[in-house]
Design a protein around this ligand. Structure first.
Ligand code: SF4
Ligand code: SF4
Length: 55
């Protein structure tokens, strides 16, 4: 199971550089995770100020 970013995301961008496999990109109204690339490391959840990335 990949992590997903909830609608709580405020598009701060903090998670994108933390992802070791570059699975995170900016979407239209929030950041998004490519499910096929995510390795479930949890790094994005660790830096998000609003706890938007969910396992
Ligand atoms: Fe990237 Fe890890 Fe977050 Fe998956 S859980 S999007 S691999 S930082
Ligand atoms: Fe969105 Fe959280 Fe990533 Fe910031 S760190 S872009 S609020 S998911």
């Amino acid at each position: 199971m990949a992590y997903t970013i909830s609608t709580d995301c405020i598009s701060c961008g903090a998670c994108e550089p933390e992802c070791p496999v570059n699975a995170i990109s900016e979407g239209d109204d929030k950041y998004v995770i490519d499910a096929a690339t995510c390795i479930d490391c949890g790094a994005c959840a660790g830096v998000c100020p609003v706890n938007a990335p969910q396992a």
